[in-house]
Design a protein around this ligand. Structure first.
Ligand code: ADP
Ligand code: ZN
Ligand code: ZN
Length: 659
C-alpha cells in the first residue's frame, strides 16, 4: 500500500453517550500492513483518555472542517470484526432506542483481544430417544414456519406441547439450505437440554453464547460465525446480534420474558431487533410461549403474527389441578392446606417445589405501633432481613445495617418482620418437616460457580425432598419426581405499581404451575395469596388464558397502556433532588410547548422507586400511537437540551418496567 489512494482518515464511533462519530487519521506505519480498516476496533485518545473505538468508515481525503485531527494509536484487530450489516443494525438500534452507534457496537461486539477456545460445555454421554414422529399440530406448525409467505409465526402452546421440537426441525431445514439460525432463550444457563440436543443434531456449527464465556472466547466464537464455520447461535438477548452472513431463521423461545429487554443502554428489545433483522434479511421468525406477552396476543388478533396452537402435551401427563389458598387469617407463611399437601407428598416419597419471588429472610422490618418500616438509606425500598448474616440488606444498592429490636421512630418494642422471603420460608419448612432435606436456589445460594447445577442435580436424583427458590426454579426445569408445586406468595409481583404487574403474575403462576403434573397425572399446585379475587391469580388457577388476555387487553385499552398505545419513558436522576426536579421540569416544559396532537406527556413525577443508590429519580412518560412523531420530538429535544451537570437522562423506548 502506501499509494496516494491509501486510506488516511477513519470515521470512528465511540462507546459513549455522544450522538456523533469522530474523525481520526491513520499514521503511515499502520497503513502498510492493513488491508481493510472498516470494521476494526482501534485505540484512540479521546478527551485525554485512551478509549476503544469502532471504525465505521474510511476516507482518502481529509474530512471537511478546520479542526485538528488526531492520530489513532493502535489497531486492535487484524481482520475486521463487523461489516455493513452490523453497522446498519447499530444505526437502526441507535435511532430506535436513543443512544449512540458506538454504544450499540460496544454491546454487540465481543470485547476480547486474543481469541481462545471456549470450554467444553457438556459431555456427549447422554442418550437420546430415536427420532420422533411429529404430531399433526407440530407438522402443521413446521410447514407454516417454512412456507413461502415467510410471515412471523407464534407457537402458542403449553409447556410440553412440543414447541422445542418444532424449533429444532425448522432450524435443521434452514441450516440445510446453507443459511444461519439464531435461537434466543431467556437464560442460557437454564437451557442445557436444548443446547445438548442442538449439538447432537447439528454438531460444531452450533455456537453457544453463555454467560460464563470469557471475552476472548466470545471473540473466537464471533469469528467462527463470521467465517461461516458456525451457523447456529444459541444464546440470551445479545445473541440477536450474531454476525451471520445470511440469517434464515430467528427463534425466540419464551417470548414473554422480560429479560429480552435490556435494562441499560442500548435499551433494546431482542424481539424488536429480531423483527427488524428478519424483515431486512428476508428470513423467518418464530416465537413461542405458553403465556405470550399481551403485545404478542394483540398482534395475533390483528393477524400480524400468525398464531399456531399446540394444544396437547406430547410427553404425556395432564395439566395439574390448581388450588387457591386464601392467606387471610392464616398463621405463619405456610398455610394449613400447603402443610397437609407437603406432608402427603413426602409420605409418598415424592418431591415438592416451593416457589417465592423474593429472596432473603422476610420482607421488611415493621413497627406494629406506628407502622415504621426500615428502609434503605440510599434507596426508597424496604430492607430485607438476611438471617444467616444477621443483617438488613438492600437488594438494589447493597446497603447493609443491623437489625433492630426497638422501633427507631417511636421506641416501641412491638416490632417484627413481616412478609416473605426464601430464607425465612426455608426455616419455617425445616421446623415443620425436620426429617426432610430442603435446598434453596436463589441468587444468594448460587453465586458460587457450579452450585446451582449441583443443587439441581441432587434434586433431579431425588436426594432432596423439597426445593425452594425464586423464579430461577420456574424456568425450563423438568423434574420427574415432583408431585407438588407450592407458590408461597402470588402477590409479590401483583402489587407492584406497574401496568404489567398482572401480566407478569399471570405468566409466572402459569409457568410455575406447568412444572407440576408434567410427568405424573396426580400433580398438585397450591397458590397462596391474599388476593384470591385478582383475575391474574384465579384465571391462572383456572387455566383460562383466553379470559385473562381478553380482560387485560380491555384494561390496557381503557387505561391507554400498551399495546393500546406506545410509551417512551424519560428518566432523570442525580444526587441533588432539586437539580433533578428542575431538569425534569425544564425538559417537560420544552416538550409541552410543541407537543403534536395525539401525543400526551404524563408527569414529570417521582419514579415509583424514587431513590436508588442515593440517586433521586424523576420520570415522565410520552404516550401516543404515532411512534414517528414521538421519536422525532424526543430526538429533537434530547439533542437540544443537555441534562445539566450532575444529572443524567435515560430515554427508554417501549419500557418493560416503569419502576
Ligand atoms: P415445549 O418446548 O413445548 O415445552 P418440548 O418440545 O420440550 O415441549 O416437548 C416436550 C416433550 O415431548 C419432550 O420430552 C419431547 O421429547 C417430547 N416430544 C416432542 N414432540 C413429540 C412428539 N411428536 N411425539 C412424542 N414426544 C414428543
Ligand atoms: Zn414505631
Ligand atoms: Zn439501597
Amino acid at each position: 500500500m502506501g499509494t496516494d489512494l491509501a486510506v488516511r482518515y477513519v470515521e470512528i464511533a465511540l462507546n459513549l453517550p455522544i450522538d456523533k462519530t469522530f474523525s481520526y487519521s491513520v499514521p503511515d506505519d499502520l497503513l502498510t500492513h492493513l488491508e481493510t480498516l472498516t470494521g476494526c476496533r482501534v485505540e484512540v485518545n479521546f478527551r485525554n483518555r485512551k478509549t476503544v473505538g469502532y471504525i465505521i468508515n474510511t476516507a482518502v481525503e481529509r474530512p471537511e472542517g478546520d479542526y485538528e485531527i488526531k492520530k489513532i494509536l493502535r489497531v486492535l484487530d487484524e481482520k475486521p470484526l463487523f461489516g455493513n450489516p452490523e453497522t446498519d443494525l447499530a444505526e437502526w438500534i441507535a435511532r430506535r432506542y436513543f443512544c449512540s452507534i458506538g454504544e450499540v457496537l460496544g454491546t454487540m461486539l465481543p470485547g476480547g483481544k486474543k481469541e481462545s477456545t471456549p470450554p467444553a460445555l457438556f459431555s456427549d454421554e447422554d442418550e437420546y430417544s430415536a427420532d420422533i414422529q411429529l404430531s399433526d399440530e407440530q407438522e402443521f406448525a413446521l410447514e407454516a414456519v417454512l412456507d413461502e409467505s415467510r410471515s412471523a409465526v407464534y407457537l402458542y402452546g403449553i409447556t410440553g406441547s412440543g414447541k422445542t421440537e418444532v424449533y429444532l426441525r425448522a432450524a435443521a431445514s434452514v441450516l440445510e439450505k446453507g443459511e444461519g439460525v439464531i435461537y434466543l432463550v431467556p437464560e442460557i444457563s437454564l437451557t442445557h437440554q436444548i443446547v445438548k440436543e442442538a449439538r447432537r443434531r447439528f454438531g460444531k456449527t452450533v455456537s453457544v453464547w453463555h454467560s460464563k464465556i470469557t471475552p476472548s472466547q466470545r471473540l473466537a466464537e464471533w469469528r467462527r460465525i463470521r467465517t461461516g464455520e458456525a451457523r447456529m447461535v444459541i444464546g440470551a438477548r445479545s445473541a440477536v446480534f450474531a454476525p451471520l452472513s445470511k440469517t434464515g431463521l430467528i427463534i425466540i423461545d419464551e417470548e414473554h420474558e422480560g429479560s429480552y429487554k435490556s435494562g441499560s443502554s442500548p435499551r433494546y428489545h431482542a424481539r424488536q431487533v429480531a423483527f427488524y433483522r428478519s424483515a431486512r434479511d428476508k428470513g423467518r421468525l418464530i416465537m413461542g410461549s405458553a403465556t405470550p406477552s399481551v403485545e404478542a396476543v394483540q398482534l395475533m388478533q390483528e393477524g400480524k403474527l400468525r398464531e399456531l396452537r399446540l394444544t396437547r402435551r406430547l410427553a404425556g401427563g395432564s395439566p395439574p389441578e390448581i388450588q387457591i389458598i386464601n392467606m387471610a387469617g392464616q398463621k405463619g407463611t405456610i398455610s394449613r392446606e400447603l402443610t397437609a399437601e407437603l406432608k402427603s407428598t413426602l409420605g409418598m416419597k415424592r418431591q415438592a417445589i416451593l416457589f417465592l419471588n423474593r429472596r432473603g429472610y422476610s420482607y421488611f422490618f415493621h413497627c406494629k405501633s406506628c407502622g415504621y418500616e426500615m428502609k434503605c438509606r440510599n434507596c426508597s425500598v424496604s430492607l430485607t432481613f438476611h438471617k444467616n448474616r444477621n443483617r438488613m440488606l438492600c437488594h438494589y444498592c447493597g446497603y447493609q445495617s443491623d437489625p433492630v429490636q426497638v422501633c427507631p421512630e417511636c421506641g416501641s418494642l412491638d416490632v417484627g418482620y413481616s412478609g416473605y422471603g426464601t430464607e425465612g420460608i426455608e426455616d419455617e419448612i425445616k421446623t415443620l418437616f425436620p426429617e426432610s432435606s430442603v435446598e434453596r436456589i436463589d441468587t444468594d445460594t448460587v453465586s458460587r460457580k457450579g452450585s446451582m447445577e449441583q443443587i439441581l442435580n441432587r434434586f433431579h436424583k431425588g436426594e432432596t425432598d423439597i426445593l425452594l427458590g425464586t423464579q430461577m426454579v420456574a424456568k425450563g426445569l423438568n423434574f420427574p419426581g415432583v408431585r407438588l408445586v407450592g407458590i408461597v406468595m402470588a402477590d409479590t409481583t401483583l402489587l407492584l405499581p406497574d401496568f404489567r404487574s398482572a401480566e407478569r403474575t399471570f405468566s409466572l403462576l402459569t409457568q410455575v404451575a406447568g412444572r407440576a403434573g408434567r410427568f405424573h397425572p396426580d400433580g398438585r399446585v397450591l397458590i397462596q395469596t391474599f388476593h384470591p379475587q385478582a383475575s391474574a391469580v384465579y384465571l391462572a388457577a383456572q387455566n383460562d388464558p383466553e379470559e385473562f388476555y381478553r380482560r387485560e387487553l380491555e384494561t390496557r385499552r381503557m387505561l391507554k397502556f400498551p399495546p393500546a398505545s406506545r410509551l417512551i419513558r424519560i428518566l432523570f436522576r442525580g444526587k441533588d433532588r432539586h437539580k433533578v426536579t428542575r431538569a425534569a421540569e425544564d425538559f417537560s416544559t420544552a416538550i409541552l410547548r410543541d407537543l403534536p396532537n395525539g401525543l400526551e406527556l404524563l408527569g414529570p413525577g417521582e419514579a415509583p422507586l424514587s431513590v436508588i443508590s442515593g440517586n433521586f429519580r424523576m420520570h415522565m412518560i410520552l404516550r401516543g400511537s404515532d411512534v414517528k412523531a414521538m421519536h422525532s420530538i424526543l430526538l429533537f429535544y434530547s439533542r437540544k437540551l443537555d441534562p445539566p451537570g450532575g444529572t443524567y437522562r435515560e430515554i427508554d423506548a417501549d419500557p418493560v418496567s416503569l419502576l
